[in-house]
Design a protein around this ligand. Structure first.
Ligand code: ADE
Ligand code: ZN
Length: 323
């Protein structure tokens, strides 16, 4: 007999929702920051990753991109992140949010970001057997026109591993407002790209944002989506359309301000029969890893072993990988 915690730790896992910069190890992050003279938002490693809420975290998240400059940095972070996740929680497959706009603003072009990341992830796939795909993320802080230009770039380059688009961060008004980027989603859909979006995450988010991402943007899958349970009609819509959710238990304690217990909206999503998978979101920043999300996250939500297995399998079913 093994303990339930060990079962959750050993379960083979995918993760469909993690931000590339957040898969860095803290050691590498601090080393690269020192190398490039990047001044961090704090200098005490004990408190560097303490955030009061989502907007405060997002300031740090944006700044962290500044330590990724040379192809070797991207490739190293890609490979190291997989090695760590295999050890931490038996990761077998991963999908990454990569934000080309963060790097474009620093003069680093689309291929200069994607090519070394893919080289590192391919090397990790050869070394550890962990497959991967990439979702190009629209930064909601930037304009809808800039989002369209980014999607155009994704389509023009046609990198096989870049299979979809998403949207993250918050608008300059600190809202989700998913339909602001409808034109970019229409363009992506016309090129056959998969569609996802961060919605229903924040303390002020609404189930309407979830509905709009499904009905207006035509998303195949959603990131977070917790607010859905505040409107049974949107739950019914997601069930009818077979929409899957890439949720991140630990990050909700900071980004949504919720406690991980049986009353959590994520537990209500599971109980409603929605297709839920589990990921880390921002492992370095929230001091989490894929093993911890299952071991501590699912256990705190009161999820039983059969349901945990269903969640692990959902991560395969709703992935953007080919058959
Ligand atoms: N970027 C990185 N993590 C995020 C999150 N949890 N919500 C919105 N944007 C993000
Ligand atoms: Zn996220």
């Amino acid at each position: 007999m093994i303990s339930y915690a060990d079962y959750l730790q050993l379960l083979p896992k995918t993760e469909l929702h993690c931000h590339f910069a957040s898969t860095m190890t803290a050691t590498t992050f601090i080393e690269l920051a020192a190398r490039y003279g990047v001044e961090l938002w704090g200098d005490d490693p004990e408190t560097l990753f303490d955030f009061a809420d989502l907007p405060e975290f997002l300031v740090a998240f944006r700044a962290a991109h500044d330590v990724l400059r040379e192809p070797a940095d991207f490739e190293r972070v890609a490979w190291e992140g997989v090695r760590a996740a295999v050890a931490e929680g038996n990761l077998r497959y991963r999908e990454y949010y990569v934000n080309p706009q963060y790097f474009a603003a620093r003069g680093i072009g689309y291929r200069d970001v994607m090519d070394p990341i893919i080289a590192g992830l391919r090397r990790a796939e050869a070394d550890f057997g962990v497959g991967f795909r990439i979702v190009a993320a629209i930064n909601r802080r930037d304009s809808p026109e800039s989002a369209v230009a980014m999607v155009r770039e994704v389509i023009e380059h046609g990198i096989p591993e870049v299979v979809g688009i998403g949207q993250d961060d918050l608008t300059p008004e600190n809202t989700e407002d998913p339909t602001r980027f409808a034109a970019a989603y229409r363009l992506a859909a016309s090129a056959g790209l998969k569609l996802t979006a961060h919605v229903g995450e924040t303390p002020t988010a609404t189930p309407d944002a979830v509905r709009e991402a499904i009905e207006v943007l035509g998303c195949d899958r959603l990131d977070h989506g917790y607010r859905i349970v505040d409107d049974p009609a949107v739950v019914a819509l997601a069930l009818e359309r077979g929409i899957g959710f890439a949720t991140t238990p630990v990050s909700t304690t900071i980004c949504s301000g919720w406690t991980l217990d049986e009353g959590h909206r994520l537990r209500a999503m599971i109980d409603a029969g929605l297709t839920v998978s589990v990921s880390t979101d921002d492992a370095m920043f929230f001091r989490t890893d894929i093993g911890k999300e299952y071991r501590e996250g699912l256990m705190a939500l009161g999820v039983d072993a059969a349901t945990a297995k269903r969640i692990a399998l959902a991560g395969i079913d709703i992935s953007f990988a080919d058959a």
